[in-house]
Design a protein around this ligand. Structure first.
Ligand code: ATP
Ligand code: MG
Ligand code: FE
Length: 399
């Protein structure tokens, strides 16, 4: 089936078109630039930007795919989770299109779509490069996950698998028995999402929004122009919910906590500034000798360490030897490399979709929609609402 998918849950207006498991186009307009001066996504600003972008983005996607609305078999749209006002713009547009064309409409779960994008990911698998475009803030088309080694050895999504979903709003470990009927949440963050931790810590360190890419650049020694990567062992940042006791507790074993990192980063900045002000006794000289690269590399490693360790624990516990990485934080090179390395050691296959399919996009919504159509599942009720905190197991809004 030819399916058009619309995504508007946060600051990206995305429209994707797929034919079965073939991706025809993935068109994205982002309002990210409008949020920079506020240091984070402002819901009102995002909603207004969606209103402006949605029509032109649909048109552009149709043109790019070389199809017209008459060719489309079904429409899919993100129904949640996300910002209510932002979701409403996409859902209203999709309902309008469905009403005008008589096409069936599917209300899709954004998190399930982040996983289902793997259905069309092979299509876009990029050749290996060494540039790691994701780390310099353009998780775009030029560079794929190939620079982590060979993560993608299987063809198409493999089930059962363990999925690590890491973005600005979510950090979850999922067991995927089936893309539609069996997604189980094994654990999630109990406070900040991983991307949020990057963004908040970046702000404390004086780096601008979005913090994730800037922390990566700083850690690689790109920001200070030295090209000298930082020492990841130079500052001790906490590993949340990772003591032996936490790991024995079934409620904490796959859970994350990243809020302690903010406190640790704040404490570090305070001590650093005090040491600078105080002049140079021996201990403070060591502290002030630290480069931003050292601090950011240590921070990054603390986050990545916990994410990777718990993902592999989930594999081991469930006897599963396939992992999929999704969400915007998949742009982080240290995460991709460390996960690839540890999966390799454990004999686990790793799949990482191209980075433009990891960040929010319409192709993932279309991909899941096409899977629902292919399976003969009925569309959502005409009057379905948006759900700002839809849980991942509710893969779509069923009639
Ligand atoms: P959600 O998908 O949960 O609704 P979102 O739209 O904010 O949330 P994405 O667009 O998928 O999520 O990802 C954005 C997040 O990814 C931001 O927090 C950003 O800092 C983070 N990020 C982007 N690039 C990197 C990087 N290289 N390293 C670490 N984090 C990164
Ligand atoms: Mg986003
Ligand atoms: Fe997302």
């Amino acid at each position: 089936p030819l399916v058009l998918g619309i995504e508007s849950s946060c600051d990206e207006t995305g429209v994707g078109i797929v034919r079965g498991r073939t991706l025809l186009t993935n068109t994205v307009a982002s309002s990210m630039d409008e949020h920079v001066r506020f240091g984070g996504v402002v819901p009102e600003v995002a909603s207004r930007a969606h209103v402006h972008a949605i029509g032109p983005t649909v048109d552009e996607a149709l043109t790019d795919a070389g199809v017209t609305l008459d060719d489309i078999d079904a429409i899919a749209v993100t129904a949640g989770p996300g910002l209510s006002g932002a979701l409403m713009v996409g859902v209203a547009a999709a309902k309008g299109l469905a009403a005008a064309t008589g096409l069936p409409l599917y209300g899709i779960n954004h998190l399930a779509a982040h996983i289902a994008v793997d259905l069309v990911a092979d299509d876009l698998q990029q050749p290996a490069t060494t540039s790691g475009a994701g780390d310099i803030g353009q998780p775009a088309t030029a560079s794929g996950p190939g620079d982590t080694g060979q993560p993608a050895t299987a063809s198409g999504p493999v089930t059962p698998s363990i999925a690590l979903l890491v973005s600005g709003g979510h950090t979850e470990i999922l067991r995927i028995g089936d893309l539609v009927d069996d997604i189980e949440l094994l654990g999630a963050t109990i406070d900040d999402a991983a991307g949020e931790a990057f963004d908040k810590t970046a702000r404390l360190l004086g780096l601008s929004y979005p913090g994730g890419p800037n922390i990566s650049k700083a850690a690689a020694g790109i920001l200070d122009g030295t090209g000298q990567p930082g020492d990841p062992a130079s500052v001790k940042f906490p590993r949340g919910l990772s003591t032996a006791k936490d790991l024995r507790d079934p409620a904490r074993r796959y859970s994350f906590s990243f809020s302690g990192l903010k406190t640790a980063a704040l404490r570090f900045v305070t001590a650093y500034e005090a040491a600078r002000a105080a002049g140079s006794p021996e201990t403070s000289r060591q502290l002030t000798d630290l480069r931003l690269a050292d601090v950011t590399a240590s921070f990054e490693t603390a986050v990545v360490d916990v994410l990777v360790t718990k993902t592999l624990l989930a594999c081991e516990d469930h006897g599963i030897d396939h992992v999929m990485l999704g969400g915007g934080v998949a742009a982080n090179r240290r995460l991709r490399e460390t996960l690839a390395e540890r999966c390799g050691e454990a004999g686990v296959t790793l799949r990482i979709p191209p980075l433009n399919l990891c960040t929010d996009n319409g192709a993932m919504v279309a991909a899941l929609g096409a899977e629902l159509v292919t399976r003969g599942l009925p569309p959502s009720p005409e009057d379905f609402a948006v759900f700002s905190s839809l849980e991942v197991r509710d893969v779509y809004i069923r009639p």
